[in-house]
Design a protein. Structure first.
Length: 275
């Protein structure tokens, strides 16, 4: 793979597994030095091993980025060990409670928003100033189609957190105009990650109200879902100079930069690719 990112420094949250691991590996394969961030040291070390095996460079920073203390730990480690940050990819996330609102656990509901929305805010806040000062940077937050679909039962925490993440990214992009720094959200598709397995297991414990989830799980099971490499490929395109004017957008892996969703507000754009 071309070393087009040689000399660049990337920070990837949720890098211990799934889509985050694949993105980290792809960035490293293109020459970037990658700071791997997640709560599990063991998982991060496995990602680091895979990157090193392919000749890449990465460092492990175990931290909880849903807290200000954890984010400051990451910022200081990156500054001390790598010097700066050119690219920030926020992939860490949870699905949260699969429950009706009246039955939901407030602690888990709020935790979902903290991990999915507050953590990316804290990370962007910590690293964007350095990018602005350098006159170049790329920020990508990983979102979900749940933010665009018409609201339904059972996933109010997750859907709300991703809607908020999308809108936050638009505000962020507006503040970054003419700085050389871009901010976008991408939807990685239906990837069979640990989160997907949690959705499957949770839906199987519920009654008829979860029929839609069970049908979705079955479809993903039968098709194998989307490979995480598609999300990684889209991320790599966003890192390039050809994407310097792409900011404040929701990007779908199937269309990528060629057909970003024109509006996040109309039903016709809610489910790209659906019949």
């Amino acid at each position: 793979m071309t070393q087009k990112l040689t000399g660049k420094i990337a920070v990837v949250t949720g890098a211990g597994r799934g889509v985050g691991r694949e993105i980290a590996r792809s960035l490293a394969a293109c020459g970037a030095q990658v700071a791997l961030v997640a709560r599990s040291t063991d998982q991060l070390q496995e990602t680091e091993r895979l990157i090193a095996e392919n000749g890449g460079i990465a460092c492990v920073i175990p931290a909880d980025v849903s807290t200000q203390t954890g984010v400051e730990l990451v910022r200081k480690n990156v500054e001390d060990r790598l010097g700066r940050t050119d690219m920030l990819i926020n992939t860490a996330g949870v699905f949260g409670p699969i429950q009706m609102i009246k039955d939901s656990d407030p602690v888990r509901w709020i935790e979902t928003l903290t991990i999915n929305t507050v953590a990316p805010y804290l990370m962007c806040r910590a690293f964007m100033s350095g990018m602005i000062e350098a006159g170049w940077g790329r920020i990508v937050n990983v979102t979900s189609a749940a933010a665009l679909h018409p609201p339904g039962p059972l996933n109010s925490a997750y859907g709300t957190s991703k809607v908020a993440l999308n809108q936050f990214t638009r505000h962020l992009a507006a503040e970054l105009i003419n700085t050389g720094v871009t901010a976008n959200v991408i939807h990685p598709g239906d990837v069979k990650t640990d989160m997907w397995a949690a959705i499957r297991d949770g839906a199987n414990l519920l009654g008829p109200e979860a029929d839609g989830y069970r049908a979705w799980v079955q479809r993903v099971d039968e098709t194998g879902g989307d490979p995480p490499g598609k999300a990684a490929d889209l991320i790599l395109k966003l890192m390039g100079e050809e994407s310097a004017e792409v900011s404040g957008r929701f990007l779908w892996i199937e269309d990528g930069l060629q057909a970003p969703i024109a509006s996040w507000d109309t039903a016709s754009d809610a489910q790209p690719g659906d019949d």
